[in-house]
Design a binder for this molecule. Sequence first.
Ligand SMILES: [Zn+2]
Length: 108
Amino acid sequence: MKTTLTGGSAVTPDHREIIGEGPRKGQQRDYVVLSADERAKGFVRPVRRAYRHLRCGTVTKMGQALAETYACDPEFYSGTFCCSCGSHFPVGQAGEFVWDGTSEKVGT
Ligand SMILES: [Zn+2]
């Protein structure tokens, strides 16, 4: 399936570089998402913008393109960011995140 960066531009080799300081410290420079065309084909899950890290209890919010990519293809990502821990952790059935307000694991 066709992918882009979150703003719709082409995927760059350095997008996974981790930001060292500032408000986005610990996050990747950018994230890969399904292209707008792919996302327009429809969702198999609700579009959810917030998830909770089970280890620390903190809720992290994400942008629309990322949320829609999860809704299109729940297993697209292997991990996600926690804004409190400042790092990425696994998603999926054995992962560390649930959608906020549910017991449903992110990435399933
Ligand atoms: Zn955390």
